[in-house]
Design a protein around this ligand. Structure first.
Ligand code: GAP
Length: 454
């Protein structure tokens, strides 16, 4: 267990350039955040780690990057127009709005008044006008989940890749929800990113695949530094299941503000491909025409092992939020260590593949031309390795540089000094976690780093 507070993380994120409140100079925009110079690197590294393990390291998953603007008909047939709601209540006294299912008592959490309205359904989807005339007749939704475009592109992907069951389609990207009460820093926001996989299987094999994906995802989180001890599995009870789900297991993480959902792994059955095809009425899957009059495509696949009969696959969906992942990863990595000399240091013990800066190259003296030139040359050479961002930084105070890089999670610092120039072309290589330092020939640096980040 960690006793890091949300304030520790918010402060680090702002101070060091991971995450800023959006539109901050104008007072911000509630539930919206911007990723700064280090945040963008961390986010990209995390998304790459997900893509690598979900797409590249498997032989049964394709990728997709679909549009955010979504035809309303898609979200009508998916059920989002009618069911993607949260219960909203208003406080008649102080005019604040709250989620009814988040209230602990029948009193307003802002002013304590009991003068509350009845709960009513509030749809969470954002709408935007399409085209130059904003008369309400031509609009699109900003997608509330990336999943729907995976379903609507199902036939395109099958036809262009000749995939057979089981196989998956993965997508990472923005999703938008007009949350009634965004809160807890980047935990519940209105604009966020999802990493979603829709894994299509034969009906009847869905439960087995559901369990496989729960195990696969748990192992992935551990590789990102999220301890298994801080995750609990929650079997979502029937009455709480989303409209498309037969069974959902949520991975609940011990965030600084409490145990909450990090990722949901749902068995969506044939609900989505089915409803885009048959408009939720029974129909003959083998017929040429499809009952969904809005659609021109049957979202089904032919079973070559069974007389080419059509089947609508079942879907297992692991769906994780990037912002929640970053919050969990920062929470796991953040620690304050006491040092021998009555001092302490903040260390962000990120897994090296996630660290925003892979190595910092520090010249001992910023006004020594030769040292600076050598440090820049090393930086340029190491940057070419394709490992990630290398940072040349000439603040001139090596001790402070080490502390700063501990705090932002840089695993390796490389210091260029007089010995490098005058004596033996060696540099000091310092390890973030052990703080151990050793001399190394500059020529050995590329292999050392390649090995370190393998
Ligand atoms: N396609 C399925 C789906 O969207 P969900 O449980 O509503 O399921 C999946 O969302 C994940 O997206 C959640 O586990 C969470 O990590 C993330 N997420 C959902 N709403 C969010 C919000 N308002 N802010 C940040 N992340 C959110």
């Amino acid at each position: 267990m960690t006793n890091t507070t949300m304030d520790d993380l918010i402060s680090l994120c702002k101070r060091r350039g991971f995450i800023f409140p959006s539109s901050d100079i104008y007072g911000g925009l509630q539930g919206v955040y911007d990723f700064g110079p280090l945040g963008v690197e961390l986010k990209n590294n995390l998304k790459s780690a997900w893509w690598r393990s979900t797409v590249y390291e498997r032989d049964d998953v394709e990728g997709l990057d679909a549009a955010i603007l979504t035809n309303p008909i898609t979200l009508r047939h998916s059920g989002h127009e009618t069911t993607f709601t949260d219960p909203l209540i208003d406080c008649r006294s102080c005019k604040t709005r709250h989620r009814a299912d988040h209230l602990k008592t029948k009193k307003c959490p802002s002013c304590g008044s009991s003068d509350l309205t009845e709960a009513r359904d509030f749809n969470l989807m954002f709408k935007t006008a399409v085209g130059p005339i904003d008369d309400g007749s031509s609009f699109a939704y900003l997608r509330p989940e990336t999943a729907q475009a995976i379903f609507t592109n199902f036939k395109h992907v099958v036809d262009s890749t000749a995939r057979r069951l089981p196989f998956g389609i993965a997508q990472m990207g923005k999703a938008f929800r007009n949350e009634i009460t965004p809160r807890n820093f980047i935990f519940r926001v209105r604009e966020f990113e999802q990493m979603e996989l829709e894994f299509f299987v034969r009906p009847g094999q869905d439960e087995e695949w559901h369990q496989k994906w729960i195990d696969t995802r748990l192992a992935w989180w551990e590789r990102q530094g999220v301890s298994r001890h801080n995750i609990e599995l929650y079997n979502v009870p029937k009455e709480e299941l989303a409209h498309y789900s037969k069974a959902t297991v949520d991975l609940m993480y011990r965030f600084p503000h409490g145990l909450e959902e990090l990722e949901g792994i749902a068995n969506r059955t044939d609900f989505d491909l089915g409803s885009h095809t048959k408009a939720q009425s029974d129909f003959d899957i083998h017929s040429e025409t499809i009952p969904n009059k809005d659609s021109n495509t049957k979202l089904a696949i032919q079973d070559i092992e069974n007389d080419n009969r059509w089947i609508i696959p079942y879907v297992i969906e692991p769906s994780a939020g990037v912002e929640r992942a970053i919050l969990a990863i920062l929470n796991e990595a953040y620690r304050v260590e006491n040092l021998d000399d009555n001092k302490s240091r903040i260390v962000l013990a990120l897994k090296p593949h996630l660290s925003p800066i892979k190595a910092a190259i520090l010249p001992l003296k910023r006004n020594n031309e030769e040292i600076v030139r050598k440090a820049l040359e090393i930086k340029r050479e190491l940057q070419m390795l394709g490992i990630g961002r290398m940072l040349y930084e000439d603040t001139g105070n090596i001790g402070k540089g080490y502390r700063r890089h501990d705090e932002i999670g840089t695993p390796i610092c490389i210091t260029v000094d007089f010995e490098t120039i005058d004596t033996d072309d060696t540099v000091t290589v310092r390890d973030r976690d052990s703080m151990a330092q050793r001399r190394m020939k500059t020529a050995e640096l590329p292999d050392f780093l390649k090995d370190f980040y393998r």
